[in-house]
Design a protein around this ligand. Structure first.
Ligand SMILES: NC(=O)c1ccc[n+]([C@@H]2O[C@H](COP(=O)([O-])OP(=O)(O)OC[C@H]3O[C@@H](n4cnc5c(N)ncnc54)[C@H](O)[C@@H]3O)[C@@H](O)[C@H]2O)c1
Length: 249
């Protein structure tokens, strides 16, 4: 198994790509902390994992709350002994109809950018103590290019994730902590998607994808797995688009 003996915290793991990543990591032998705001949905993922003989626990987390983060990491260390992997995946959609709305800018920066920083801030000390770790930050194609139907705060936040990833990679490489970013393309709509959940808008977006289809959550989970595992032991500070060729154009 590719994550045998590892302990992984995955944020936003009650839904979408986070849930797919949690299930895959558990199948590969990791003990998984399913961290999310959504308790009922998170508990369902935990029982799915348990019924496939995996090990997982739900943990309530608001990624914007520093003390919440400290509790998540302390609980993981006391229950599982260490933290090897963090997937900073939780996020809110930027497909807000009012693309000049200031509250949306603040929400985007708070959840999608600061939430990722707070996650790194919380797990790096225990990783330093245990001799290393792997952090996978979920950005987006929106961390590279602007899009018509997306608030610029989403692009700014995802761009911040892309570069904060490189800063952390450089700063902690000597301590065997690797930090990489994954950039999903057009995926199934997020729970919070507005305009981009509209079938007409989606059809237009998919026409712009060289592969001619949206991605599957498992395809992102597979990229996360490679970066989380020791197979990528000399890989740090890179960007991995999982986008059907969108950014290659
Ligand atoms: N779906 C897409 O098209 C797409 C494309 C590129 C990147 N992404 C990014 O991928 C990640 C996962 O998206 P998804 O499509 O699985 O979305 P989703 O809406 O299905 O899942 C997001 C999860 O994050 C959780 N979450 C939101 N705010 C939180 C908070 N403050 N604290 C803790 N948990 C919180 C939600 O409860 C939810 O379970 C996000 O970072 C998103 O920006 C999505």
């Amino acid at each position: 198994m590719r994550l045998d003996g590892k302990v992984a915290i995955i944020t936003g793991a009650a839904s979408g790509m986070g849930a797919a990543t949690a299930e895959l990591f558990a199948r590969e032998g990791a003990r998984v902390v399913v961290a999310d705001l959504l308790e009922t949905e998170g508990a369902e993922i935990v029982s799915k994992i348990a019924s496939a003989d995996g090990v997982a626990r739900f943990q309530g987390l608001d990624v914007t709350d520093e003390s919440n983060w400290d509790a998540v990491v302390a609980n993981a260390v006391s229950e599982f002994g260490k933290v090897d992997i963090l997937v900073n995946n939780a996020g809110v959609s930027g497909s807000h109809p009012d693309i000049l709305n200031t509250d949306t800018w603040d929400e985007q920066m708070n959840v999608n950018a600061k939430g990722v920083f707070l996650g790194m801030r919380a797990v790096i000390p225990p990783m330093q103590k245990s001799g290393g770790g792997s952090i996978v930050n979920i950005s987006s194609i929106s961390g590279f290019v602007g899009q018509k139907f997306v608030h610029m705060g989403y692009n700014a936040a995802k761009g911040a994730v892309r570069l904060a990833t490189k800063a952390a990679a450089v700063q902690f490489a000597r301590e065997n902590i690797r930090v990489n970013s994954v950039h999903p393309g057009i995926m199934p709509a997020m729970r919070t998607s507005k305009m981009t959940a509209d079938p007409e808008v989606r059809a237009k977006m998919i026409r712009a994808v060289p592969a001619g289809r949206e991605g599957k959550v498992e395809e992102v989970a597979n990229a996360n797995l490679f970066l989380a595992s020791d197979e990528s032991s000399y890989v740090t500070g890179i960007e991995v688009p999982v986008d059907g060729g969108f950014l290659a154009q």
